[in-house]
Write a protein that binds this ligand. Structure first.
Ligand SMILES: NC(=O)c1ccc[n+]([C@@H]2O[C@H](COP(=O)([O-])OP(=O)(O)OC[C@H]3O[C@@H](n4cnc5c(N)ncnc54)[C@H](O)[C@@H]3O)[C@@H](O)[C@H]2O)c1
Ligand SMILES: O=C(O)C[C@H](O)C(=O)O
Length: 342
């Protein structure tokens, strides 16, 4: 069973290392999940337990982690698992971490925007990042908590104040947008999804999510302008589609855990010196006039090695890029203001 999960994960996109790159040769890597008892946290903990690049898995939450950790720890894979509960134990969870993944915070209900989560999640992210700055200032931080367009700038400001900010090490996780764009494109273009690539740029909310279907591979000649518009809208509204289908029971958790595990795996591969690891992420950026922007980034031993440019855009995408800038700018500014006033 485990073998079949591992081989299908491997097939799906190298979530696990290739043959010849066994856990024996992989360096020790500690990964913490903050919010590990939640809807995303639990399946993400399981997927990180399946990743042989991880040697120590720290599962932290304000409640419920002893059970999750005991459960996940029985899976017969490389990593040692430990559960940590409550603020007193946060230091132990964070010490020595190479990668910290943050899905802590409240999810949306139908009718809410991601920005409606700001009032609760901004404070949670701020306090967790204050602890990261103290106890594992060199870790790569994978921010999942919404609104990502604001929580990443909050984290950056907290790290700046603590004197630990390294723009190469802070990532807003936008991988779920890429996962969705690939799935929806493959369905519409009628091509096998395994080989599909679609960059998604901008941010992670509504129109700030800009999939670049003009750069999708393999090229599909059977898609009309209307198809591209519909695919773009479906990708932008993917989160809302799940929120509505769950009807008050939260937002995407399983697909997010998959996307989060894929992105963390890419970060670990980069840290371990695997060449040419490129994924989309919301990072400090100068490819537009906005200080943070999602685009393809090359990952390496220090985190972001290179922020890649946007490449050629269609007229439709150029228009989308201009339309998203005011909203993204104001979400970034809201995060910066919050971090500096409270
Ligand atoms: N980036 C993305 O693409 C993406 C996708 C899906 C969801 N999300 C976001 O991820 C977040 C979590 O979603 P979920 O469905 O797992 O929610 P959830 O409510 O199921 O789980 C959140 C967990 O965070 C924990 N938590 C709260 N405060 C904490 C703190 N101070 N320290 C540690 N843990 C704390 C809670 O106890 C809970 O277990 C939400 O903000 C959601 O909007 C982002
Ligand atoms: O839509 C949400 O609120 C959760 C997440 O950002 C998503 O895209 O699924």
């Amino acid at each position: 069973m485990l073998r079949s999960i591992q081989s299908s994960l491997r097939r799906s996109k190298n979530l696990l290392p290739r043959r010849g790159y066994s856990s024996d040769s992989a360096p020790e890597r500690k990964v913490a999940v903050l919010g590990a008892a939640g809807g995303i946290g639990q399946p993400l903990a399981l997927l990180m337990k399946l990743n042989p690049l991880v040697s120590n898995l720290a599962l932290y939450d304000i409640a419920g982690t002893p059970g999750v950790a005991a459960d996940v720890s029985h899976v017969n894979t490389r990593s040692e698992v430990a559960g940590y509960m409550g603020e007193d134990q946060l230091v132990k969870a964070l010490e020595g971490c190479d990668v910290v993944i943050i899905p802590a915070g409240v999810p949306r209900k139908p009718g809410m925007t991601r920005d409606d989560l700001f009032n609760i999640n901004a404070g949670i992210v701020k306090s967790l990042c204050t602890a990261i700055a103290k106890y594992c200032p060199h870790a790569l931080v994978n921010m999942i908590s919404n609104p990502v367009n604001s929580t990443v700038p909050i984290a950056a400001e907290v790290f700046k104040k603590a004197g630990t900010y390294d723009e190469k090490k802070l990532f807003g996780v936008t991988m779920l947008d890429v996962v969705r764009a690939k799935t929806f494109y493959a369905g519409k273009a009628n091509v096998p999804v395994e080989g599909v690539n679609v960059p998604v740029v901008g941010g992670h909310a509504g129109i700030t999510i800009l999939p670049l279907f003009s750069q999708a591979t393999p090229k599909a000649n059977n898609l009309s302008d209307e198809d591209i518009t519909a695919l773009t809208k479906r990708t932008q509204d993917g989160g809302t589609e799940v929120v509505e289908a769950k009807a008050g029971k939260g937002s995407a958790t399983l697909s997010m855990a998959y996307a989060g595990a894929m992105f963390a795996d890419a970060c670990l591969k980069g840290l371990n010196g695997v060449p040419d690891v490129v994924e989309c992420s919301f990072v400090q950026s100068s490819i537009t006039e906005l200080p943070f922007f999602a685009s393809k980034v090359r990952l390496g031993k220090n985190g972001v090695e290179e922020v890649l440019g946007l490449g050629p855009l269609s007229d439709y995408e150029k228009q989308g890029l201009e339309s998203l800038k005011p909203e993204l700018k104001s979400s970034i500014e809201k995060g910066i203001k919050f971090a500096n006033q409270s």
